[in-house]
Ligand binder design. Structure first.
Ligand SMILES: O=C(O)CCC(=O)C(=O)O
Ligand SMILES: [Fe+2]
Length: 163
């Protein structure tokens, strides 16, 4: 762990994330991040780099409340599938099926090739857990099991102010 300013490359990465969001919003004609998050200064002030070997991933979680809304995850090296599950949905619970009708479906898979960017804000940040299960038999996309290599991710977040 290191305290202090972000390293220069991370500051450049934050700028690239902002640029990419602006371009993608123009292309899509839709908002990807609320403007008060996209234009806050700094956009992010904390980062964690995770290096996963084949088979290693991260359990389902919502990021800690000590971080503000608006989180970015850059994926590098190996493709993977991240799954999202609604915090109110518990598999095996009696009324789990009703959740599906309410749109709180079991797990939503999202394919993350190297160089992809995940943005978490609003419900995606607070009401949905994210996880990457890289144990054998869990990483499938379009019917094929992914060939796993080392994967690195950079997660960028902003700490909440301390009172
Ligand atoms: O490695 C990833 O893509 C996710 C990392 C993550 O969710 C976290 O650090 O909170
Ligand atoms: Fe996370």
């Amino acid at each position: 762990m290191r305290f202090g300013n972000l390293p220069w490359w991370a500051t450049e990465l934050c700028n690239s994330v902002r640029d990419a969001v602006v371009l993608a919003e123009e292309a899509a004609g839709a908002r990807l991040l609320p403007p008060d998050i996209l234009w806050r200064q700094p956009l992010f002030d904390q980062l964690i780099a995770n290096v996963y070997q084949p088979g290693e991933g991260i359990c389902a979680h919502v990021d800690l409340m000590r971080f503000e809304d608006g989180i970015a995850i850059v994926s590098l090296e190996s493709s993977c599938v991240m799954h999202f599950s609604n915090v109110e949905h518990e598999e095996g619970r009696e009324d789990a099926e009703e959740d599906e009708e309410r749109g709180k479906v079991g797990k939503v898979p999202v394919y993350l090739p190297p160089g992809s960017l995940v943005l978490l804000s609003g419900d995606a940040r607070y009401s949905w857990k994210h996880e990457i299960n890289r144990r054998p038999g869990f990483q499938f996309w379009e019917g094929k099991e992914l060939n796993q290599k080392q994967r690195t991710s950079i997660t960028l977040r902003k700490l909440c102010p301390v009172d």
